[in-house]
Design a protein around this ligand. Structure first.
Ligand code: HEC
Ligand code: HEC
Length: 215
């Protein structure tokens, strides 16, 4: 009884504090909206390789919010060569308003971390060396840094990391005039000169232990 009471108080506390932190999003409404996203991103937002849809579970709320806004505004996913971004963009636009965007990402942020399978073969040691340049923004364990606008990389599918690095390199992502953050990342991606370096760094990120990032 006593334990039950304490657990209840604890849950109320967690609920109130998380509601305060993301006062703008309603996860209950978000859960309903998410049914539509499941078709590509999977039941738990774990990502579906066959549909080229990355994991969203485990990703930072603030980062998902920015990407949704960018897709909706055509800052991401509107480049003529962005095949997969072009699939996501109309999906982002089906959400009726900014509140719905807030609600759905707030719900996704409550889901358990994904555990994506390793699909890329690369030289993890070489990738670790190449990753040194990424640490100032994405963190030593790929945990991301909100203050630097850099998202979590760990627990993301390795093939998706490769495709995004290649998109940044080719200017398919990060070249829209209003893509402030994408432009920063594009410069960094260009430092990975060969396909091999891109694969190595993705293989290294896939090997990282999970470390919680900031909210
Ligand atoms: C038709 C399939 C499809 C549906 C439905 C869909 N997505 Fe996506 N989504 C994608 C694909 C494909 C990508 C990867 C785009 C790329 O490669 O740049 C993506 C990317 C994203 C990203 C960017 C992730 C990152 O790490 O940068 C977010 C956030 C996202 N989707 C959220 C959602 C939400 C929320 C919904 C529901 C409202 C949704 N998606 C519905 C296919 C879909
Ligand atoms: C100067 C800071 C900075 C450095 C250094 C940096 N990045 Fe980034 N990175 C960013 C920012 C900011 C974004 C978010 C771009 C956006 O909002 O679209 C990003 C986005 C990404 C993404 C897309 C994630 C997703 O879910 O779509 C990948 C992959 C990535 N970075 C990998 C790397 C790798 C690998 C390195 C090292 C070679 C690196 N980054 C170095 C700032 C940085």
């Amino acid at each position: 009884m006593n334990n039950f009471f304490r657990a209840t108080i604890f849950l109320i506390f967690v609920f109130v504090s998380s509601a305060a932190a993301h006062a703008a999003g309603d996860p209950i409404k978000g859960k309903e909206l998410f049914i539509f996203c499941m078709a590509c991103h999977g039941q738990s937002a774990e990502g579906v390789p066959a549909l080229n849809a990355p994991a969203n579970a485990g990703q930072d709320l603030w980062y998902m919010l920015r990407q949704m806004k960018n897709f909706r505004a055509g800052i991401r996913g509107a480049h003529p060569d962005d095949i997969f971004g072009a699939q996501m963009r109309p999906m982002a636009l089906t959400l009726p308003d900014e509140q719905a965007v807030q609600d759905v990402v707030t719900y996704i942020a409550t889901l358990d971390l994904p555990d994506p399978p390793v699909t890329i073969e690369g030289d993890i040691e070489a990738g670790k060396k190449a990753y040194e340049t990424c640490i100032p923004c994405h963190g030593a364990q790929g945990e991301g840094a909100k203050a630097l606008d850099a998202p979590r990389l760990s627990r993301q599918h390795d093939w998706y990391l490769v495709s995004q690095l290649n998109n940044f390199k080719a200017g398919i992502r990060g070249t829209h005039q209003n893509d402030v953050y994408g432009a920063q990342m594009r410069i960094m991606a260009q430092m990975l000169e060969t396909d091999e370096q891109v694969r190595d760094v993705a293989a290294y990120i896939a090997s990282m232990e999970y470390v919680p990032g900031e909210e």
